[in-house]
Design a binder for this molecule. Structure first.
Ligand code: HPA
Ligand code: ZN
Length: 326
C-alpha cells in the first residue's frame, strides 16, 4: 500500500532494539541444532504460540530461555546479521542496539564471544547494507549493582567500541536509584546513558532516571504521561523517548493500539520515536510498528515524518552525521 511504501521509504534510526529479542524461532532451531542443545518446543509454530504474554515478566522468562541457544561468536554474528538484513529492508539506516551481557556471561559464555560476534556483524552490515550502528551495553536490573560493576569491568577492553550503557529487565522493584553509582562510573568513562523507565514502573522511576542516573534517553517512558509536571519537563528538555508500540500491546502496557499514546506524546511536545524492542517476540520490526500505530491512531504523514526525524536527533550520532540524515 501507499502507507507501507511511505513508511519503508522513509530513512529511520532504530534506537530501542534488544539484539537477543531479534532471535526468530527459525534461527533458534538452527542454533539449537548447530550447538546440540535441546529446546522445549517441537516446531516453529509451537514457539510462536508460546509468545502470549500478560506482562513484562512473562515475556522476560521466555526471552532469557530463548537466549540459551546463543553460544559462540558465530551465533552472535548470525543473530545480528539477520537483524540488520531485516532492518535494512525496513528503511533503517542507523541502529543503536542493546545487548545483555549478563544473560550470556552468567551461562559461562565469554564476554569476548558476545561482543566480537556483534561487532563483526556491525562492520558487515555497514559494508553490505550501508547501515551504521552503535552498541549499548545493558545492565540487568533484577541483578545487583555490584554485578553491573563487574560487567563494566569486563567490558573495559571494548569500551572504545561501546557507545552507551542501558538498564533493562524487570522494572518494578528495581528502581533506577539502585544503579546510580554504576551509571556515574559509566558516565565518567565517557559512555552515553539510557534506561528503561516508565514501561511498567511509575513516573517516580522516570524522575530517578533523570535526576539520579542523568540519562541521555528514556526507553519507553509511557507512564510519564500520568504526571503533567514530568511530561512538561521531558518536553522542555527535549528528552527522547524510545517508544515501542507493538511491545506495549504484547506486554499489556496498552490494552489496544487504538489507545496508544504516540500522537498524544507528539502533541504534548515530547520527542517520541518508534522502535521495535524485541521484534521476534512482539510480532514486528520497525516498519510494522510504524504501520500498526499509524493505522490504529490515524497518524498523518507529518506525524510519521516527525517520528522518523526524532530518531536521528535522538540518536547518539555526532551532530554532523545527524544533520546529514535530516
Ligand atoms: N523491558 C525491559 N527489559 C527488556 C525489554 C523491555 O521491554 N526487552 C528486553 N528486555
Ligand atoms: Zn526494551
Amino acid at each position: 500500500t501507499d502507507l507501507d511504501s511511505f513508511i519503508t521509504g522513509l530513512p529511520k534510526a532504530e534506537l530501542h532494539l534488544h539484539i537477543e529479542g531479534s532471535l526468530e524461532p527459525e534461527l533458534m532451531f538452527e542454533l539449537a541444532r548447530r550447538n546440540g542443545i535441546e529446546i522445549p518446543y517441537a516446531s516453529v509454530e509451537e514457539v510462536r504460540a508460546a509468545y502470549a504474554f500478560s506482562n513484562l515478566q512473562d515475556f522476560l522468562d521466555i526471552y532469557y530461555a530463548g537466549a540459551n541457544v546463543l553460544r559462540t561468536r558465530r551465533d552472535f554474528h548470525d543473530l545480528a546479521a539477520a537483524y540488520f538484513a531485516r532492518a535494512a529492508a525496513d528503511g533503517v539506516v542507523h541502529a543503536e542496539i542493546m545487548f545483555d551481557p549478563q544473560t550470556h556471561t552468567d551461562r559461562g559464555i565469554a564476554f569476548s564471544e558476545v561482543v566480537e560476534g556483534l561487532l563483526s556483524a556491525m562492520a558487515e552490515a555497514e559494508a553490505k547494507h550501508g547501515i551504521t550502528s552503535k552498541l549499548i551495553l545493558s545492565f540487568l536490573r533484577h541483578l545487583s549493582e555490584e554485578a553491573a560493576f563487574e560487567v563494566l569491568e569486563m567490558a573495559e577492553p571494548w569500551l572504545d567500541r561501546i557507545e552507551a550503557v542501558g538498564l533493562d529487565s524487570s522494572e518494578v522493584g528495581h528502581p533506577p536509584v539502585k544503579f546510580a553509582r554504576v551509571f556515574e562510573e559509566a558516565r565518567a568513562r565517557g559512555l552515553k546513558l539510557t534506561a528503561h523507565a516508565g514501561e511498567e514502573g511509575p513516573p517516580e522511576y522516570v524522575y530517578q532516571a533523570l535526576d539520579l542516573l542523568h540519562v541521555d534517553r528514556i526507553d519507553h517512558g509511557n507512564r510519564s504521561l500520568e504526571d503533567p509536571v514530568l511530561t512538561d519537563r521531558l518536553a522542555d528538555m527535549g528528552m527522547t523517548l524510545t517508544v515501542c508500540p507493538l511491545s506495549n500491546l504484547k506486554l499489556c502496557v496498552v490494552d489496544d493500539l487504538g489507545n496508544h499514546p504516540i500522537d498524544r506524546m507528539l502533541a504534548l511536545g515530547l520527542k517520541a520515536t518508534v522502535n521495535s524492542d524485541d521484534p521476534a517476540y512482539f510480532g514486528g520490526y520497525i516498519a510494522d510498528n510504524f504501520r500498526a500505530v499509524a493505522e490504529a491512531r490515524g497518524l498523518d504523514q507529518e506525524e510519521i515524518v516527525t517520528l522518523a526525524r526524532n530518531s536521528f536527533t535522538g540518536s547518539f550520532l555526532p551532530s554532523d552525521a545527524i544533520a546529514a540524515h535530516l
